[in-house]
Design a protein around this ligand. Sequence first.
Ligand code: SAM
Length: 235
Amino acid sequence: MSPDSHPSGCLFLVATPIGNLGDLSPRASETLKDCDFIACEDTRISAKLLNHLKIQKKLISYREENEKTKCVELATQIEAGQKIALLSDAGYPCISDPGFRLVRECHKKNLKVIPIPGPNAALTALAASGLPTHQFTYLGFLPKKSAQVMKILETWKEYDGSVILYESKYKIEKTLSTIMQVMGQERFICLARELTKSHESIFTGTVQEVAKRQASRSGKGEFTLVIAPSGYSFS
Ligand code: SAM
């Protein structure tokens, strides 16, 4: 459905590339062209995408720090007839990114929410991992404190599905070592790094093998981890 077929206000949740700009869908591009304005996390990052698409559109900052108040304001504008596209810096809005509060506010006011699906790091990593996909859980970013991380990993240690995590370059080695400590060095995991980018690397092996490989590389990049189900062997 094109934005023009929605005469009254609505919120478009527009997925954007996690690296490769070619992954932006024609529907996403059309929506960005046709909406009234764009609410986005970092206006500088979204401006780059819009420049690439040769689209000129007003950008409003909607980020973790202001989302509680901004979501009410944006929903009021949608109620008044505005068509707003929500973008995160990369991937799907709302998934470890701001958006949930605005979507909830729209539902409360009975306003139309239209998802424009596309790239997402978690599902891309899971599909490429070679690990079971019949059942999985998404934990997003683990907390900073080691004790909390260990507690969460203990909770999922015996889970019969794959576990997806996001991790930063600053903590990746520490997290691999904690997984080894809690789940054992033979646990299979996939480390998906820089998905869809020129230095993409997707490596599945025991956590010991993955940690060794990671230690020999530069720590740069964006990382998604997939932990295999309990008792899973890659053979
Ligand atoms: N909303 C986004 C999505 O749908 O994927 C996720 C946003 S979250 C703030 C960003 C995290 O996603 C990064 O720190 C990294 O863990 C993961 N990520 C994003 N892009 C990635 C990529 N190209 N390769 C691997 N992981 C990526």
